[in-house]
Design a protein around this ligand. Sequence first.
Ligand code: DAT
Ligand code: MG
Length: 153
Amino acid sequence: MELQRTLILVKPDAVQRQIIGRIISRFEEKGLKIIAAKFMQISPELAAKHYAAHQGKYFYQGLVDFMTSGPVVAMVLQAPRVIEMTRKIMGATFGCDAEGGTIRGDYSASRGLNIVHGSDSPEAAEIEINNFFDPSEILDYDLTINQWIEGKD
Ligand code: DAT
Ligand code: MG
């Protein structure tokens, strides 16, 4: 199957709550391959690019303020259908609505402070990954356990 990539951000609320490891573990435990990762501060310019689709909405300024309020962990994950899988693992947008068993359902009781970002389409993923990572930071190594995760179909 065709490989997909997605941009995942462990948001400032998760960093402050010291649950970075637990959030990354949700994706690792699923068997998804991390091909880039860094601890970084999002600038107002980068936040504006990343959330360009939400510019003008009532929550936009609060969202940018939140995302630039402290460091995040940015990652690129790669697998067939990784966007669909990560969106399911993350859960509904608002933590207060998200199902138990999802990251947001288990860790967020808020609307906007929802722990994690994941791209919502292949087109968005390509733009978002380019916004956050230089191609030299993406490492497409061989994960030998993949034969036991993806199978042959
Ligand atoms: P998602 O993060 O599930 O892709 P989104 O792209 O629609 O959701 O929105 C981006 C972020 O903005 C989301 O994670 C939380 C915040 N947000 C969205 N809609 C909001 C609203 N109505 N009120 C407050 N924050 C909102
Ligand atoms: Mg989104």
